[in-house]
Design a protein around this ligand. Structure first.
Ligand code: TYD
Length: 143
């Protein structure tokens, strides 16, 4: 019996959210354990993004995020070290669940974009990998 090491393998999974609408308008509910598959310790939102500015360019060792574009649109690039995916979040009905070792970039923000992110942990700079080569090494070592 070997000593098992926790895998930090990354994943990116798109989710489609149900709209609870009536004649007054639309509503989407996000609930821990229902659509958000982890305990939420933090939420933050990105807005007022300047034209042609991209963000992200980092990975996390151990973090889950659930990303929703509640207004406008943007393109999320996710890379597990082998496969690169581009996902347009262009309706509040789309969500992206990003887990562990994934390099992520955010591009093509519309002026009205508000990107809401739920995270499984508090902000910890020590969990960030901000260099792509370090990310590739971490994937080799931990994923
Ligand atoms: P960063 O995660 O690098 O932004 P992005 O991925 O959107 O490009 O964060 C930008 C700055 O904000 C950085 O100095 C860290 C700080 N920050 C916090 O203090 N708390 C948080 O929850 C987040 C996400 C960032």
């Amino acid at each position: 019996m070997g000593c098992s090491v926790e895998s930090l393998k990354g994943s990116t999974e798109p989710h489609k959210l149900a709209v609870l609408g009536d004649e007054r308008g639309s509503l989407i509910a996000l609930e821990q354990g229902q659509n958000i598959p982890f305990e939420i310790r933090r939420a933050y939102y990105i807005f007022n993004t300047k034209k042609d500015v991209s963000r992200g360019f980092h990975a996390h060792y151990r973090l889950q995020q659930y990303i929703v574009c509640v207004s406008g649109r943007c393109r999320i690039l996710t890379d597990d070290g082998v496969t690169v995916q581009n996902t347009w979040l262009d309706t509040p009905q789309k969500a992206l669940h990003v887990k562990n070792l994934i390099w992520r970039e955010m591009h093509d923000f519309s002026e009205d974009c508000v990107l809401l992110v739920f995270a499984s942990d508090h902000y910890k700079e020590s969990d960030y990998i901000r260099n792509y080569n370090d990310f590739k090494l971490a994937v080799k070592r931990y994923a």
